[in-house]
Design a protein around this ligand. Structure first.
Ligand code: ATP
Ligand SMILES: Nc1nc2c(ncn2[C@@H]2O[C@H](COP(=O)(O)O)[C@@H](O)[C@H]2O)c(=O)[nH]1
Length: 194
């Protein structure tokens, strides 16, 4: 029997601006890890493309989906489908998905060890606001988002994930890349079966 990798989904979670999308793109580029595209009813931001960044939905189309989990975040719905997971796993055994902390908890409950949780944080939450401003987020939606209960909640790792999540303090991008490389190497070693 040849070398075979077991399926894992790297669940990247943390507050808005903590670097989840940046990490997911790095894993896609460096390791060829497909990114699971999730669904949302929020409007696309400038530059976002339907079926690339998200599957953009209406309330009616969202209700018809076969979702593993669904959340409300800042007055919009978000959800990830079984089909999108299977589609990504069809391309590669290691894949990534970007979720809020509530979604990460559901993945942990539903998929157990198959879901590798990565919680991103920064030493100073003010850095998140600066990063989002530099990213080009508009002032009004940004203010609304950082006043949301979900933003405050996602600044901290949920107690149910403290034993399993890999915590990365994303203050310095070079250092974060090093931590991601070590984590991927350990997952590859652990999941390789003869
Ligand atoms: N270590 C870092 N140092 C400085 N800037 C960073 C770092 N990591 C990411 N960034 C930048 O911070 C901004 C926010 O990152 P990103 O979009 O990946 O966050 P996010 O967690 O996906 O946010 P959201 O949940 O709002 O989509 C981006 O402009 C990104 O380039
Ligand atoms: N639980 C889920 N969370 C999701 C999903 N797709 C995205 N997200 C998270 O929502 C917030 C807001 O995203 P944004 O693109 O509007 O900034 C962020 O934390 C995302 O990680 C999902 O399917 N389920």
């Amino acid at each position: 029997m040849g070398l075979e990798l077991m399926k894992r989904v790297l669940v990247i979670t943390g507050a808005t601006g903590s670097g989840k999308t940046t990490v997911s793109s790095y894993l896609a580029k460096k390791y060829g890890m497909p990114q699971v595209i999730t669904h949302t009813t929020r409007a696309p931001r400038p530059g976002e493309i339907d079926n690339v960044d998200y599957h953009f939905e209406t309330d009616a189309s969202m209700a018809k989906l076969h979702l593993l989990e669904r959340v409300d975040y800042d007055h919009h719905q978000y959800g990830s489908s079984y089909e999108a997971l299977d589609q990504a796993w069809g391309k590669n055994p290691l894949i990534s998905i970007v979720l809020d902390t509530k979604g990460a908890q559901t993945y942990h409950e539903q998929l157990g060890a198959q879901a590798v949780i990565i919680f991103l944080t920064v030493s100073h939450p003010q850095a998140l606001v600066s990063r989002l401003t530099e990213r080009g987020d508009q002032t009004k939606p940004l203010k609304q988002r950082i006043s949301s209960a979900e933003y405050q909640r996602d600044l901290r790792l949920p107690p149910s994930l403290t034993k399993t999540a890999h915590l990365i303090v994303n203050d310095d991008w070079q250092q974060t890349q090093g931590e991601l490389d070590r984590l991927v190497a350990s997952i590859q070693a652990e999941t390789r079966s003869v």
